[in-house]
Design a protein around this ligand. Sequence first.
Ligand SMILES: [Zn+2]
Length: 237
Amino acid sequence: MIDAGLPLPARGVFTTRTGGVSLPPWDSLNLAVHVDDAFAKVQANRDLVVEQLGVDGLAFGKQVHGNGVKVVRSLSKRTSRGIDDTDALVTSERGIGLAMMGADCLPVLLAADGVVGAAHVGRPGLTKGVLTGVVRVMRDEGAGKITAVIGPGICGLCYELPASMAGEVEKAVPGSRGTTRQGTTSVDLTKGAMAQLASEGITASCVGGCTLEQPDLFFSYRRDGRTGRHAGIVWLA
Ligand SMILES: [Zn+2]
């Protein structure tokens, strides 16, 4: 796991693919139930993470590449709960781990005094403003100064997309369009996420690097297709 370095009492980590019980091609710390891995293995992996982090439980968004934000106010002890139709979660309760999964899309963790948030940022979510959405809900919940950390995701040198698609993202979030190593059009999700956060007055840091380029460390849908999901997890200690 990679520590996000959030200011206490907020804590945040990005899980890697190592340290779990899932078999190939989900090896080994797959946290997603929707990718055909054995349910018992995913549950065991989630339990391992709960144990390691010392949280009461994890709330997972059932991610739909949208901009839906939900506030989590309670969680049964040590359960892993899936929350429908959401790509961002916010809580002001201690001990609830908010988990956002990815395998190229960015998990983004946000922390303020007494409020934390997590978002799943892929191309559609970025275009629809999921980060703007989560920041506004955090502010409604009383957040002052917000710290943001962007986790591992596919980089702008790897994430080739048709020019028309990259153009749509660029139009919604200027600064998102990039160029691959081959000189073709790409989207730089990290740059886009930073730009969207900057428009809310938030400076973000980045950890983890490119998922596609680090097969031993991270899942990558673009690289492997059938594979698992790692996660960014944030909580109030
Ligand atoms: Zn890359």
